[in-house]
Design a protein around this ligand. Structure first.
Ligand SMILES: C[S@@+](CC[C@H](N)C(=O)[O-])C[C@H]1O[C@@H](n2cnc3c(N)ncnc32)[C@H](O)[C@@H]1O
Length: 350
């Protein structure tokens, strides 16, 4: 009989990997707590001993060493041990310095705050979602995700910052993967704060850009434009992409928008993009597309389950699915390409 004391080496590895998945919530909570305490922002000023950090963050002495060394083991902090046996000093890694310091424009913490405050709890009822096919968030009893989120300015701001942090992963890759020199105008449909547009316009000074999103987003967009610019080439158009025509531009971007909607919604948006584009114009869809074999891109697959939790009909798709819908909408050619990490894009040419 195979009991825990008698597991062989390969069984133990298999068991470890099951346990790592089962206890994944522990690592999430360690990262959420560190973000909530502002630990990475504190360390952005320079390395600190465990005791210095404890005092700055107002933590109890009992588990602080375990907490900090867990972050080291997770690859989220570095620790330099003092040769003389005194307290080691903790420092950010290059990645946590870049993405988890609240004072940097590359801060991803908005997304972590969203996962911590909203998704962590909602995912506790994934099984109910799988049984009923219904969302498990604020719209559990009906309604639209964005109207629900945007009723509360704090939740709106948190969601928008999260979107910025997530989408900026692909900003450099997008600036390079499209032949921008052949186009003069770009509109980002469902642009959120518009950080991606700012980046593209700075990288390509001949481009003019329009952000298109719900009226509720305007103030955040304008604040972000003041921060990042370029104000003279970047405008905002308020509208509802199902009820209103899309803005006319040479290139239309859809970032993490298609996956929010059911198949009819996706097809409608691509058809409207076709209508708004000139001959030779491009539609660029970028999100965590699932790999065509539906085995590898765990981020894309989990994102699709997240659409079950968050929306009434949304789901993530493969690049092959998206290219098929582009062909149906009339686009004469399309191509797919990896961007950064789990993100890819599909480009269709009218
Ligand atoms: C998941 S976010 C993606 C934001 C951004 N494109 C990105 O990649 O991070 C979806 C965006 O679509 C906007 N949106 C939702 N419904 C909309 C509608 N009916 N018309 C226009 N924009 C809408 C939301 O306000 C939000 O900014």
């Amino acid at each position: 009989m195979n009991d825990l004391c008698g597991t062989r080496g390969d069984d133990a590895t298999a068991l470890d990997s099951i346990l790592r998945i089962a206890l994944g919530f522990q690592a999430s909570q360690v990262l959420f707590a560190a973000t909530r305490f502002g630990l990475f922002t504190e360390l952005a000023r320079g390395p600190l001993t465990g005791e210095e950090l404890r005092l700055r963050l107002g933590l109890h002495p009992r588990s602080v060493r375990d907490f900090l060394d867990t972050l080291v083991a997770l690859g989220l902090l570095e620790r330099e041990d003092d040769a003389g046996g005194a307290d080691g000093r903790y420092a950010n890694t290059p990645a946590t310095a870049r993405y988890l310091d609240r004072n940097k424009t590359t801060y991803l913490g908005g997304a972590l705050e969203l996962y911590d405050n909203r998704l962590y709890g909602f995912w506790g009822s994934l099984a109910d979602g799988l049984r009923t096919g219904k969302p498990q968030n604020e719209i559990k009893d009906g309604g639209d995700l964005f109207s629900a989120l945007y009723k509360d300015p704090e939740r709106l701001a948190c969601f928008q910052q999260a979107m910025t942090g997530l989408t900026m992963r692909s900003a450099d890759a997008l600036a390079e993967a499209v032949d921008w020199a052949a186009h003069r105008t770009v509109a980002d449909i469902g642009c959120a704060e518009g950080a991606l547009l700012s980046h593209l316009l700075h990288r390509h000074p001949h481009l003019r850009g329009t952000g298109f999103d719900l009226e509720a987003v305007r103030a955040n967009f304008e604040r972000n434009r003041e921060l990042r610019g370029p104000a003279e080439r970047l405008s905002f158009t308020a509208g509802d992409f199902f009820a209103d025509p899309l803005p006319r531009a040479d290139v239309l971007l859809f970032g993490h928008v298609l996956h929010d909607w059911d198949l009819d919604g996706k097809r409608t948006l691509l058809r409207k993009a076709y209508e708004a584009l000139p001959e030779g114009g491009l539609v660029v869809v970028h999100e965590s597309f699932i790999d065509d074999d539906r085995r590898e891109n765990l981020t894309g697959l989990l994102s699709s389950l997240n659409m079950l939790i968050e929306t009434t009909g949304g789901f993530d798709c493969t690049t092959a699915d998206c290219r098929g819908w582009l062909a149906e909408a009339g686009f004469r050619e399309s191509r797919a390409r990896r961007l950064a990490g789990a993100e890819s894009m599909v480009v269709g040419r009218k």
